[in-house]
Design a protein around this ligand. Structure first.
Ligand code: PXG
Length: 437
C-alpha cells in the first residue's frame, strides 16, 4: 500500500516527533533477511536489528511457521492457575541458557514490564527473607529500563523522568562514559572500574539494611552504547553480594548474542541475581519479556508462603502461547546456526571497520563491543541532536537503517550480517557524516 493512501492522523506514535514524522513519513512494508522494504519496495539494509530485536534476521520461516501453527492450535491460554506446555518448555530452555543457578523464569509482555517485575521480585524477596525495610533501589545515570514507573525511577534519562511521579528511595550511580579517559577505546575501557565503588558509598550512606537492589545494563544501549570498563561489573557484584543487595542485570539489549555470548553475564563472567530480557527473545516477532531469577530468590519467596498465591504479580500475556512458540523457534535458530558464536567471530572485523570512521568530521568517540557500535558526534552549537537526525535521514534515504540517540549513531545489525553488508553500512554512514555540517 502506498504511503499517501494511509491516514496517519490517528496513531499517536511512541517516542516520535509526531508532527515532523507526519509531514515526512518513513514506513516499512515488509522485511526479509538483512533488509526492510519500504511500501514502494525500496530495500533498506537493517543496521539496527529493528530496535535491537531481530538478531536472527527478518522473516525467519521457522519462527513464522511456529507462530502460525500455535495460533491455529492454541491461540491464547491464561497462565494464572493454568498453563500450556510451550511456556514451561521455554522457561526450561532459558534457565539452561542463563548462567549459574538462574533457574526460574517469570514472563512478561515487554522489557518495561520485565524490569518492573524484577524490582517487585526484589521487594518480595527481602520481605519474605524477614527484611521488609529493604525497599530502596539503586540505578545509574543514563540507564534505560523502560517506561513503567519503576523503570523510569531507576532509569537515568532526564527526559523520561521529568514531569512524572517517581518511586521514592532511589539513588543513582554515575555512568561510566568519559570522553576524557576513554575516547576511541576498542572494546572495554581500562578506565572506570573505580566508579563501581560509588555503590559502596551509597550503601554506607543509606545503610545496607534499607537497600533492596541495584539495577544496571551491563552495556548501556539506548543511551548511546556505553561499554562497561574492565572489572566494573565484577566489582558491582562483589560489593552488592557483600551487603545482601540483589544485583539485577537489565539485558533487554545484550541477551541473545548481541555481545557474542548468550548473555552479558556469561561474557563478563558475573552472575547477577536476576537477568531481565526481551526483544531478541522472540527475534522481535511477538512481544515478550522475561526475568531469570536465581534459585534462592525464588525459593525464599515461594517457601515463605503458607499456601495460596506466593507472589501477587503477573500479566494477561505472561507466557502468551504465540510468544512462547516464537521464543522456542528463535532459540533453536540461535543454537542451530551458532549465531552467538558467529557474532563473536565477526566482532574483530566489526571493531576494525567501525573504528575506521574515527577520522571523520565531528566524530568525537567510537565505542564497540560484540556486534554493537556507537559513533558519537559533537553537537552542532545550539542544536543538539540535529547532526544525529540528519545522518539518520541521509542513511535512510541512501538505503541503510541506523539508530540515533542525540548525536550518537548506534549500530546493532542482525547477527546474520555479512562482511559485505558491514562495509555497505559503514560506507553509507561515512558518506552521511561527511555530508552533515
Ligand atoms: N531495558 C532496556 C535496557 C532497554 O533497552 C527496555 C528495558 C524496555 O523494553 P520495552 O520492551 O518495554 O521497550 C529497553 C528498551 C533505542 C531504544 O532507541 C531502545 C529501547 C526501546 C526503544 C528504543 O535504543 N530499549
Amino acid at each position: 500500500m502506498q504511503n499517501e493512501t494511509v491516514d496517519l492522523g490517528a496513531f499517536w506514535m511512541p517516542f516520535t516527533a509526531n508532527k515532523a514524522f507526519k509531514q515526512a513519513p518513513r514506513q516499512f512494508g515488509s522485511a526479509e533477511g538483512m533488509h526492510y522494504y519500504t511500501p514502494e519496495g525500496r530495500p533498506v539494509l537493517d543496521g539496527t536489528a529493528g530496535l535491537w530485536c531481530v538478531n536472527a534476521g527478518h522473516g525467519r520461516t521457522t519462527i513464522v511457521d511456529a507462530i502460525a501453527h500455535q495460533a491455529a492450535t492454541l491461540d491464547y491460554a491464561p497462565t494464572f492457575q493454568l498453563g500450556h506446555p510451550k511456556v514451561f518448555e521455554l522457561a526450561t530452555r532459558l534457565a539452561d541458557l542463563f548462567p549459574g543457578d538462574i533457574n526460574k523464569v517469570f514472563f512478561a509482555g515487554s522489557g518495561s514490564e520485565a524490569v518492573d517485575t524484577a524490582l517487585k521480585i526484589a521487594l518480595a524477596y527481602h520481605r519474605a527473607n524477614g527484611q521488609p525495610e529493604r525497599t530502596r533501589f539503586i540505578g545509574r545515570q543514563r540507564g534505560y529500563h523502560g517506561v513503567g514507573f519503576g523503570g523510569i525511577s531507576v532509569g537515568g534519562l532526564e527526559n523520561n523522568r521529568r514531569g512524572f511521579t517517581l518511586l521514592p528511595g532511589v539513588d543513582h550511580l554515575s555512568h561510566t562514559h568519559s570522553l576524557e579517559h576513554s575516547a576511541f577505546t576498542r572494546g572495554q575501557p581500562e578506565w572506570g572500574a573505580h566508579l563501581a565503588d560509588e555503590l559502596e558509598e551509597l550503601i554506607a550512606l543509606r545503610g545496607a539494611e534499607t537497600i533492596a537492589a541495584v539495577i544496571v545494563e551491563p552495556l548501556a544501549g539506548s543511551t548511546g552504547v556505553l561499554v562497561p570498563p574492565v572489572g566494573y561489573l565484577k566489582r558491582l557484584r562483589e560489593i552488592s553480594e557483600r551487603h545482601g543487595v540483589l544485583l539485577i542485570f537489565d539485558e533487554v539489549i545484550t541477551a541473545f548474542g548481541r555481545l557474542g555470548a548468550a548473555t552479558a553475564a556469561e561474557l563478563f563472567d558475573v552472575t547477577p541475581d536476576m537477568i531481565v530480557c526481551a526483544k531478541a527473545l522472540t527475534n522481535g516477532a511477538v512481544p515478550m519479556g522475561a526475568v531469570g531469577v536465581r534459585d534462592f530468590v525464588h525459593d525464599t519467596i515461594v517457601n515463605a508462603s503458607e499456601g495460596g498465591i506466593e507472589f501477587f504479580h503477573g500479566y494477561t500475556y505472561s507466557g502468551h502461547p504465540l510468544a512462547a512458540a516464537a521464543g522456542l523457534a528463535t532459540l533453536d535458530i540461535y543454537a542451530d546456526e551458532g549465531l552467538f558464536e558467529r557474532a563473536a567471530g565477526l566482532a574483530p572485523l566489526w571493531q576494525e571497520q567501525v573504528h575506521g570512521l574515527g577520522n571523520l568530521p565531528h566524530v568525537v568517540d567510537i565505542r564497540n563491543l560484540g556486534l554493537v557500535a556507537g559513533i558519537e558526534m559533537s553537537a552542532r552549537p545550539g542544536a543538539p541532536g540535529a547532526r544525529g537526525t540528519e545522518v539518520f535521514h541521509t542513511c535512510f534515504d541512501q538505503g541503510v537503517l541506523v539508530r540515533v540517540t542525540g548525536d550518537t549513531i548506534a549500530l546493532s545489525p542482525p547477527l546474520t550480517v555479512s562482511p559485505d553488508q558491514i562495509a555497505q553500512m559503514l560506507d553509507c554512514l561515512s558518506e552521511a557524516i561527511h555530508q552533515t555540517n
